[in-house]
Design a protein around this ligand. Structure first.
Ligand code: SAH
Length: 252
């Protein structure tokens, strides 16, 4: 049996116009890369690399090399095209596949999972997974949501696309969790409401254009419903209660 893995189509429709599939802007990603103070030639493994913007721009601007793994065929193709466009195709490689359980052949200097900690069954499991690819003394990057302010009830949490309040913590508690797992938090780059808008509001135009071009697609009713309900729901809930950050960790 030929099991073709891919990300559900709805994500590709919503995020077809995104280079960065998370609430950081290009400027925030650039500042994060610089903040790590790593030398040219730094080897990176990026699990759930999306359209490859982090690896490709860091290869161009900072001289890093590395590999990204992502389950989306569309995003992986976009990542390869972006590497060629930025002239770094000799320094970065993108593999289409399941990142769960993926371990690098050679230990890397920087191991990242930016916005997909479900691949390791949560934060702790993802840290363990990344650690298996990391050289001693290397840096780890984890991208994870946190509550910007505590949701007053479970309904609010669910309106933020969480299954429950317990899915996420507030920022000081998330930092404490990394520390409890035996890591120093040595840097972080946080989203703000404007950068959340770049991630979320940018999906609305993608959905509208897709609807105009694909009115008879089987997903059209679902996309129409999302385009109608999500902007106000995001303004009321996600934008107010949820935030997100990338945390740089070093094992103690
Ligand atoms: N790190 C990227 C993408 C974050 S979005 C960025 O910041 O832009 C989450 C990504 O996880 C998507 O690209 C999705 O295709 C990918 N993904 C989801 N499940 C996966 C899995 N099991 N293995 C690899 N990639 C996965």
């Amino acid at each position: 049996m030929n099991l073709v893995m891919d990300l559900p189509r709805i994500f590709a429709i919503r995020e077809s116009g995104h280079r960065i599939h998370n609430p950081l802007t290009a400027a925030k990603f650039a500042a994060l890369g610089e903040s790590l103070r790593l030398a040219p030639g730094t080897r990176v493994l990026d699990l759930a690399s999306g359209s490859g913007e982090m690896l490709c721009t860091w290869a161009r601007d900072l001289g890093f090399t590395g590999t990204g793994v992502d389950i989306s065929t569309l995003f992986t193709e976009q990542a390869r095209a972006r590497a060629a466009e930025l002239g770094v195709a000799d320094r970065v490689e993108f593999i289409h596949g399941d990142a769960a359980g993926h371990v690098a052949d050679q230990p890397v200097d920087l191991a990242a999972c930016v916005g997909a900690t479900w691949i390791g069954g949560g934060v702790a499991g993802t840290i363990e997974l990344l650690d298996r690819s990391l050289r001693p003394g290397g840096l780890m990057l984890i991208g994870e949501p946190y509550w910007r302010q505590p949701p007053p009830d479970e309904e609010t949490a669910q309106a933020c696309q969480a299954t429950s309040i317990a899915d996420f913590r507030e920022l000081p508690d998330l930092i404490g969790r990394f520390q409890d797992l035996g890591y120093d938090v040595v840097e972080m780059m946080l989203s703000d409401q404007d950068s959340w808008d770049r991630y979320t509001a940018a999906q609305w135009l993608s959905m509208r254009r897709w609807l105009d071009q694909n009115p008879d697609d089987e997903l059209a009713p679902e996309v129409r419903e999302k385009l109608t309900t999500e902007p106000a729901r995001y303004a009321r809930y996600g934008r107010e209660y949820l935030s997100w950050g990338v945390f740089a960790l070093m094992k103690r």
